[in-house]
Design a protein. Structure first.
Length: 235
């Protein structure tokens, strides 16, 4: 093995010394950083311990209670896991339902706009005003009379809505309209008599007579009761 010159050996020693000095400096910096970190952790630990002590002190928990609480937490760990899973499922459900709710709200807004454009809201408002006017225009006695007459009104509506009655009403309405449109008020008495002798006129007179008889039959009890009351008062 060849011997290195003296200068080369000194150069090699200087290089090694520089490397050792640099490593020592790195170790010094690392130790300083570790000491700083330890000091910071110590401060944080002290603060956390102080806060924990204060919290447990205000909670007035004894060591036995803390042990029992810890045991309960460990024994019911599956319940906490199930609760977390349910919360996650609820969050997923809410996330899935949000588009449906948005679409439903959008449809409701469009439906409200359509109803408003068609005048439904105005009609409802007018109906409320009409109802308010009816309520203010009638007394409690009037409403009691209306309530008492409801069965009769229902019976009347039932009779009026029969097909034959509706046909008769339609014939009467069309008849009046046609008479008013083609009525000849300058007819002579013989012409009127000839019209009365026609089959249609006799049928109409017969219907009118029968109608008057029905009305008179319904009005008879009232008239009779009125006469009885009059005679009783006279006595």
């Amino acid at each position: 093995m060849a011997t290195l010159p003296v200068e080369d050996r000194f150069t090699e020693l200087d290089r090694k010394l520089d490397f050792i000095v640099e490593e020592l400096a790195n170790l010094r910096r690392f130790r300083s950083s570790a000491e700083d970190l330890a000091a910071d952790l110590s401060l944080v630990g002290k603060d956390a311990m102080r806060d924990a002590v204060m919290a447990f002190g205000t909670a007035d928990l004894r060591p036995a209670e803390m042990v029992s609480l810890l045991k309960a937490l460990l024994a019911n760990a599956h319940l906490f896991e199930s609760a977390i899973q349910q919360l996650q499922s609820a969050a997923d459900f809410i996330e899935d339902v949000q588009p449906i709710l948005r679409d439903g709200m959008r449809r409701m807004v469009h439906a409200n706009q359509s109803l408003q454009e068609r005048g439904y809201f105005g009609a409802v408002s007018a109906g409320v005003r009409v109802g308010d006017a009816l309520v203010r225009a009638h007394t409690a006695e009037d409403w009691r009379q209306v309530e008492a007459s409801v069965p009769q009104l229902v019976g009347f509506l039932r009779e009026v809505t029969k097909p034959e009655v509706l046909e008769a009403l339609e014939a009467i309405i069309h008849g009046f309209g046609r008479v008013q449109a083609t009525m000849d008020v300058n007819k002579s008495v013989p012409a009127i008599l000839r019209d009365l002798n026609s089959t249609e006129a006799r049928r109409g007179v017969a219907i009118l007579v029968e109608f008057l008889k029905v009305v008179g039959a319904h009005a008879t009890p009232t008239v009779a009761s009125g006469k009885n009351s009059t005679s009783t008062s006279t006595r």
